[in-house]
Design a protein around this ligand. Structure first.
Ligand SMILES: Nc1ncnc2c1ncn2[C@@H]1O[C@H](COP(=O)(O)OP(=O)(O)OP(=O)(O)O)[C@@H](O)[C@H]1O
Ligand SMILES: [Mg+2]
Length: 255
């Protein structure tokens, strides 16, 4: 390099190009997303925000290959998801995406270790290796002392950490989280956001999180705002971010 070449921008992990998603409800067509374009670099932690019904979960489902767009294209890790069949999408998801939900979605009759090992059942790994990897993932989230605990014997914050361990056990490029702090108290919400940020910092994960939580703004690299299926840009996006910061008491700090 001659010293004048700018450093290369981080390669995008996710490219969403002119994406629309319409649903038919009876005779009505619902425009859940309208011409959304968005590029998310690898290794970024990104928040999707907006009022209820604005299309956040719809967009997350497209990015994670749970759903396909009605128009436009979705590329993740170099793969154009539009082109994949249901089966191919399921296989692609199992290798590339870790999912985290608001209500943890743990299996009550399985221990923390067995819950975390579940996604590995889709791989060719033997049982000993599956358990070893589940234990490693639980260590990453700070739950090495809870391997044999059942979900009902764990606090909400601990259950969400088990769910995060389950999301990372396959070592996915992308973690998507739909309102991961929605069912947690302030302390556990902070701890969860901090843990997600650590997964970005220490393991280079790309994280897309839907959230209503103003605290989230302090942990993410970028926040995007949806309103009625449209991605806000420019002044409108700035105003939406400012409104969330004000609602949180001025700084986005916990109340
Ligand atoms: N499977 C579906 N069939 C029909 N309509 C749907 C479907 N999924 C979502 N919608 C509609 O699409 C719009 C966007 O829904 P979406 O779930 O993406 O909103 P959201 O921003 O995640 O809201 P919330 O904050 O309440 O979770 C809503 O009007 C919703 O009713
Ligand atoms: Mg939603």
């Amino acid at each position: 390099m001659d010293g004048t070449t700018p450093p290369p921008a981080a390669a995008p992990l996710i490219v969403i190009r002119d994406v629309s998603r319409r649903y038919l409800r009876g005779v009505d067509e619902i425009h859940a997303l309208e011409h959304v374009s968005l590029t998310i670099p690898a290794g970024h932690f990104v928040a999707l925000m907006g009022p209820s019904g604005s299309g956040k979960s719809t967009l997350l489902n497209l990015v994670s290959g749970i759903d396909r767009p009605s128009g436009g294209e979705v590329l993740v890790a170099g793969q154009r998801l539009n082109d994949l069949s249901e089966d191919e999408l399921a296989r692609w998801r199992a290798r590339h995406v870790g999912l985290i939900f608001q209500f943890f979605n743990l299996i009550p009759v399985l221990s923390a270790r067995d819950n975390v090992g579940l996604p590995l059942l889709l791989t060719a790994l033997d049982k000993a290796e599956r358990l070893r990897r589940a234990e490693t993932a639980l260590r990453v989230v700070g739950l090495e002392g809870r391997l044999d605990h059942y979900p009902r014997t764990l606090s909400g914050g601990e259950q969400q950490r088990v769910a995060i361990a389950r999301a990372i056990v396959t070592d996915p490029d992308l973690i998507v989280a739909d309102e991961p702090t929605g069912d947690l108290d302030a302390r556990n919400a902070e701890a969860t956001l901090d843990l997600l940020r650590q997964l970005k910092q220490h393991f280079g994960k790309t994280i897309v999180m839907v959230t209503h939580d103003p605290r989230g703004l302090r942990f993410v690299d970028e926040a995007y705002h949806l309103d009625k299926g449209v991605l806000l840009t420019g002044e409108e996006a700035l105003r939406a971010g400012e409104a969330i910061r004000l609602a949180a008491g001025g700084t986005g700090a916990p109340r």
